[in-house]
Design a protein. Structure first.
Length: 94
């Protein structure tokens, strides 16, 4: 379905832009975690010079920051906006 492909492309673009808004440390950590296969926490710890026990909490904080970026927030706002509002180009008075 063409609509789904467009939505997927828009989501991917928003994620790329949002990723660029993150601090370098978050980008580095999240990049390591999404590689295939991902490195072990011990390898991440050694590379980033952070305790193994800090990786999970830092990942959670980085993902929270990612969700709050302008790029991803704008995409999510568009996705949750009712279709009639999106198609009219603005909010309706109803």
């Amino acid at each position: 379905m063409i609509e789904q492909k467009i939505i997927t492309a828009e989501r991917n673009a928003a994620l790329r832009d949002a990723f660029g808004e993150l601090a370098p440390r978050c980008r580095e950590l999240l990049s390591m975690l999404i590689t295939d296969p991902p490195p072990s926490y011990a390898e991440i710890s050694a590379t980033l010079q952070i305790p193994v026990g800090s990786i999970g909490p830092q990942r959670a904080r980085c993902l929270a920051r990612l969700r709050r970026t302008r790029s991803l927030s704008a995409f999510m706002d568009r996705e949750t906006m009712p279709a009639r509002v999106r198609s009219s180009g603005g909010e309706t008075g109803a």
